[in-house]
Ligand binder design. Structure first.
Ligand code: PBG
Length: 323
């Protein structure tokens, strides 16, 4: 008998019934950029609709996240001072710990994830300590990252998410958290994080552009797929609770491979450039922004991501509600 694929595409009701992938606001994690001060909401030029905010303003966003029933928020800090060792990264009065305390006080049920990295806190913008010759010193950085993760956990973070790509950081951080009594704080590892041009707008948002060189000696080569499976395997062995692939859209094959090869909860990060490209093209009327947003998110979920970190979280949740 001839198979006619169009039979099940005939009406929206039929299409809806046989749909294989469904989006739910609970799977979205919304990144927010926090700085000191009060009443601050500074729009980021390269990311329409995204701002750096002070803690009080961030709470308004957290409230929206709760109302939209989004899964969680991911906090990035923009400190007042930067130095060679990024010492403000573990300051308990820094923007991220302050924001975590405020959100957990106001919205105790909202999942708060914190990004753990040095690049926002170092004056040179690299993700770790530098050796005298200007290389990123892997093992000396581990202690600093663990200190930062601990400061976030002490403030009440539900999940810490190291994004630095140093070797052995997950094991180091797990031990540091456990020794301090934070055995119940999960680690979401940026396990397969690529040295990507799609981070461009984020570096304006987080003020973390490297002062020299690039991140290719620690982030992965976009050409490598098998290496991603080795990276995630190591992070699982070191004690990661959730794995992440980043960026998402250009790395759907990696998401799908990690999903197939591990039993771990899997997150994907739809990064700043992916967001801004859709926004920019939509602003010019070249694509339908809402449809491109939903199509990009459904593709990431279809590839195998259980959670998606996305600047579209609030908009996408609204689109799902109004459907
Ligand atoms: C920090 C970090 C970056 C992103 C998340 N955490 C930037 C980078 O590695 O340069 C990128 C997020 C985005 O582009 O949206 N290491």
């Amino acid at each position: 008998m001839p198979m006619r694929m169009r039979r099940l595409r005939r009406t929206e009701a039929l299409r809806r019934m046989v749909r294989e992938t469904r989006l739910d606001p609970a799977q979205f994690i919304w990144p927010l950029f926090v700085r000191s001060g009060t009443g601050v909401r500074a729009p980021i030029g390269s990311m329409p609709g995204v701002s750096q905010t002070s803690v009080d303003e961030m709470l308004r966003d957290a409230e929206k996240a709760v109302a939209a029933q989004i899964g969680g928020i991911l906090l990035f800090g923009i400190p007042d001072t930067k130095d060679a060792t990024g010492s403000s990264a573990w300051d308990p009065q820094g923007p991220v710990p302050a924001a975590v305390r405020a959100v957990k006080r106001e919205f105790p049920h909202l999942v708060v994830v914190t990004d753990v990295c040095m690049c926002e806190y170092t004056d040179h913008g690299h993700c770790g300590l530098l050796t005298p010759s200007g290389e990123v010193d892997n093992d000396a950085t581990l202690e600093l990252l663990s200190r930062e993760a601990l400061a976030h956990a002490e403030a009440g973070a539900d999940i810490v998410a190291p994004s630095d790509m140093m070797d052995l950081r997950i094991g180091h951080m797990r031990r540091a958290l456990d020794m301090a009594g934070f055995t119940q704080t999960p680690i979401m590892s940026y396990a397969a994080k690529y040295a990507s041009a799609f981070y461009g707008p984020f570096r304006e948002a987080a003020e973390s552009t490297p002062a020299f060189g690039d991140r290719r000696s620690y982030q992965m080569d976009p050409a490598n797929g098998r290496e991603a499976l080795r990276e995630v395997k190591l992070d699982v062995e070191e004690g990661a609770d959730i794995l992440m692939v980043k960026p998402a859209g250009a790395y759907l094959d990696i998401i799908s491979a990690v999903k197939r090869e591990t039993q771990m909860p899997l997150a994907a990060y739809q990064v700043s450039g992916e967001y801004s490209m859709i926004k920019a093209a939509a602003e010019r009327g070249w694509i339908d922004g809402d449809r491109a947003m939903m199509e990009s998110l459904v593709a990431i979920a279809r590839a195998g991501a259980d959670m998606t970190i996305t600047y579209f979280a609030l908009e996408a949740a609204a689109a799902l509600r109004n459907r």
